[in-house]
Design a protein around this ligand. Structure first.
Ligand SMILES: NC(=O)NCCC(=O)O
Length: 403
């Protein structure tokens, strides 16, 4: 029987295709599906044997690729290795919370250490990595997983790993904001490579779809669209549901992001057809690299809940389908990580590619921001009227011989 969450036993669409198509056909399909970087398929990157060994003994998927840019006369290449980690929760959601948190931390330590050995400079974990994605339940006991972004145990744990590996780590957690009445936020903490906290960003768009009842717990973020300037490049974080909002992506680009991470938690039936498109489109439209991360596995909760759609009550969210990947501004893209196993994606990127693609395609140059600024300022007025020009024959169909 195929493993739960697999595609008829395959870890990903790309692996299904490569194992079943003759090599010359796979090459053509791959070119169309994943694009070309510098006129050829995205290069694979060889990682130290210790990483592959670690992945085997720790049962996680590992993939590594390189995005090249053309050599320039006046600038040196700006090579950065980015890493994405996807993972399942470790213990049942019925176990004591502290044990659940510690077990996830132990697993994350193994994956982050592997990223360190793989030479990753900037790493991002999945959305709310410290806990089960319990927001489907609407139960308030899960709020206990919330922590201070600045002083919480998870931030301290990540700071230690960042220092150890000289790595910037983006750590998305459920934040408890003690300074403002203990309210919660969905927050990404940006930990610098010296273990320092560079800043934080709070999720801008909160879903109200399916079982994603997150608005029961926290409000839309109030941190704008910050870009964090790090030793390894300018990075930003568009948390999960924000990937459906093109202006959210755009604002990070307009603030100068070169790499945008999209830490997510999303399930198959709801969003899988969107997943390979949205982050990739954002990379193209905004001329930066994007790392999209989704958790894996099915999380079962003790009490049943309903989805307000007349269907029977249930105790799980559905399958989180992993499939994390990196998309490049030149429209090329890595294959995705496993659909059901924990994984580490490593992508070496020459950030010079961002400016090269900007110069080639001119999306910023041709953007007509002034026209859209006017459109949006009109749109938010209460007396806004949509610009629709009606075919007047619709009002007198007989005269036009339509009936
Ligand atoms: N975590 C989250 O925002 N999920 C919403 C569902 C989706 O955007 O696919």
């Amino acid at each position: 029987m195929a493993v739960e969450g697999s595609l008829q036993g395959y870890e990903s669409v790309q692996r299904l295709l490569s194992d079943n198509l003759p090599p010359h056909l796979f090459q053509e399909v791959n070119r169309v599906l994943l694009g070309y970087n510098g006129g050829k398929a995205v290069d694979t990157l060889t990682l130290p044997a210790s990483v592959t060994k670690e992945a085997q003994s720790g049962n996680f998927d590992v993939l590594a690729y390189r995005f090249n840019a053309a050599p320039e006369q006046l600038r040196k290449p700006r090579i950065v290795r980015i890493g994405l980690i996807q993972n399942a929760i470790v213990l049942p959601t019925t176990d004591p919370y502290e044990r659940q948190m510690n077990a996830i931390r132990d697993r994350i330590r193994i994956l982050v250490d592997a990223a360190g050995e793989a030479g990753v400079n900037v790493l991002c974990l999945q959305e709310a990595w410290t806990m089960p994605f319990a927001f489907c339940t609407r139960e308030k006991s899960w709020c206990e997983f919330a922590e201070s972004a600045e002083n919480g145990a998870s931030t301290k744990f990540i700071q230690e790993l960042a220092r150890k590996h000289n790595m910037v780590i983006v750590s998305p957690i459920l934040e408890r904001d003690e300074a403002h009445g203990d309210i919660l936020w969905n927050t990404a903490v940006i930990v610098g490579n010296h273990g320092n906290i560079i800043g934080k960003h709070r999720k801008n768009h909160i879903p109200r779809v399916g079982d994603f009842n997150e608005s029961t717990y926290y409000m839309e973020g109030n941190t704008g669209h910050p870009v964090f300037e790090t030793e390894f490049g300018k990075i930003a974080v568009n948390i999960c549901y924000g990937r459906h909002h093109t202006l959210n992506w755009q604002a990070f680009g307009m603030n100068g992001a070169e790499i945008v991470f999209n830490p997510s938690a999303t399930v198959g039936e709801l969003s899988e057809p969107m997943w390979p498109i949205e982050a990739r489109n954002a990379a193209i439209a905004n001329t930066y690299f994007v790392g999209a991360i989704n958790r894996v596995g099915t999380e079962h909760f003790p009490n049943a809940f309903t989805s307000g759609d007349g269907k029977p009550e249930h105790k799980d969210f559905g399958h989180f389908y992993g499939s994390s990947y990196v998309a490049s501004p030149d429209a090329s893209c890595t294959p995705s990580l496993s659909r059901y196993r924990d994984g580490l994606m490593v992508a070496e990127c020459d950030l010079n590619l961002c400016q090269q693609v900007k110069d080639k395609w001119g999306f910023r140059l041709t953007a007509r921001y002034d026209a859209y600024a006017k459109f949006f300022s009109d749109y938010i007025r209460p007396d806004f009227k949509p610009q629709v020009i009606k075919d007047l024959s619709l009002d007198s169909p007989k005269e036009n011989g339509l009936h």
